[in-house]
Design a protein around this ligand. Structure first.
Ligand code: AMP
Length: 125
């Protein structure tokens, strides 16, 4: 069920619980600004989610409201994860779904990192 990205942040969303350590994840990387873990239902040989350590519903919320150090740290973390997973030379895809048309289901900003094989068209036709 897609979420409404204009609603207030829900601190009980599943990624908030992962960030608080209340439910487990298959962790790939963590620093002061971000946590990365394997997607529970991978859609590519490599499918990792990177989430910022802050209460932001979506890319829209984050880009408008987050402090510059968190935005910079989060963007750098996405790049670091891709490098650590050796995705740079073969290539990879970064994706953030927002709201209903984007198909966003978890109301905590997350970036999908896909790789490990040719990924085909950018949007399913
Ligand atoms: P989105 O549609 O962009 O909101 O993507 C949400 C993603 O979160 C989906 O790819 C799910 O498979 C993934 N997901 C949901 N719950 C978990 C979980 N507990 N651990 C890891 N990935 C999850």
């Amino acid at each position: 069920m897609p979420i409404d990205p204009t609603l207030p942040y829900d601190p009980d969303n599943i990624f908030a619980k992962i960030l608080r350590g209340e439910i487990p994840c298959n962790k790939v990387y963590e620093d002061d600004h971000a946590l990365a873990f394997h997607d529970i239902a991978p859609q590519a040989p490599v499918h990792v989610l990177v989430v910022p350590k802050g209460d932001y519903v979506s890319w829209d919320d984050f880009s408008a409201q987050a402090p510059a150090d968190l935005i910079a740290g989060f963007v750098r973390a996405v790049g670091t994860v891709a490098r650590q997973l050796d995705l740079v030379e073969p290539g990879y895809r970064v994706l953030a779904n927002v709201g209903a048309h984007g198909g966003q289901e978890v109301p905590h900003l997350h970036v999908h990192l896909f790789g490990g094989a040719p990924l085909g068209r950018m949007i399913a036709g």
